[in-house]
Design a protein around this ligand. Sequence first.
Ligand code: ATP
Ligand code: MG
Length: 355
Amino acid sequence: MTRHHIALIPGDGIGAEVLPPAQQVLDAVGARHGIDFTYATYDWSCERYLREGAMMPADGLGQLRDKDAILLGAVGYPGVPDHVSLWGLLIPIRRGFRQYVNLRPIRVFEGVDSPLRAAAPGGVDGGVEFVVVRENVEGEYSEIGGRLNRGTPEELAVQEAVFTRAGVTRVLDFAFGLAARRGGTLTSATKSNGIVHTLPFWDELVAERAAVHPGVAWDQEHIDALAAKFVLDPARFDVVVASNLFGDILSDLAAAVAGSIGIAPAANLNPERDFPSMFEPVHGSAPDIAGQGIANPLGAIWSAAMMLDHLGHPEAAKDVTDAIAAVLAKTDVRTPDLGGGATTSEFTGKLLDLL
Ligand code: ATP
Ligand code: MG
């Protein structure tokens, strides 16, 4: 029996509605594969921020440190600016635990009405399955910069992007390594024609790391063209590596074209495993549907599958993604975002039957 101690942060809105299904799936698949999960739940959220003035306690990272992994629902609340949840919780965890890889798999499942399928009937089934590797701790999301001459005609804002040799190299090595394990190719997102310092540096490092991973075929695309190809020719991609901002945009785009943002998972990985990694659905707290019991739990469940994989249980992870594929392909039970009429718990129950 393998034991894992998991930190659960349900967060706000539907975050608290999609984590219990993920937990049920973990317990069910764990029982079959000899994995025993124990959980510690933290109420860190925008609602806590409104109550106590902080998303999480000052020693928050210290409380998570000894956990094997973190499963997060979603954070965000009407009236609380996004930067509060971002800088008060997500970014401190990502940076503090050196989760420098944000991994976002994309798959067009049979039985899901993807806009891609409408655009290319018959052309996408089984063919669209790729992964975006996003740099997660540096790049464009920096606190360096400022504003001058507020309110005057000379007002200006400056925002610095920081790309370090060490930071870019480690995420590229992860991406090349992943492409090698998948037996696939690597595409690097760039814009070195318009951005004249950071992205030429990124391109040079890609070429440098490519020489260290000679078995992996690779290419690069400007971000504008790449975004278009995600829609027009998604089957051509396998592993796509991108900076923090580009990766953020590409992975939301890809999640949307795959059919519903409610399905897409993400992993914030600490590849060295000296700190816990964090797994979370791509979607937010969805205040428009929160409290109705109709949130799609698949993003959280797939995130739990990525967690299983990271914890060294690839067969258990595959059981979960197979059950996701099965519930979508073989049944018409699904939540309203996928065109069905089922509740979160009915959908989860059906998936558990198939697991
Ligand atoms: P946040 O500020 O927390 O990021 P948001 O409104 O910006 O919230 P999402 O929460 O991702 O972004 O919601 C975007 C849209 O997608 C909303 O209409 C929401 O209802 C829908 N949506 C998001 N996640 C799900 C889900 N799991 N199931 C069903 N619909 C979802
Ligand atoms: Mg949002």
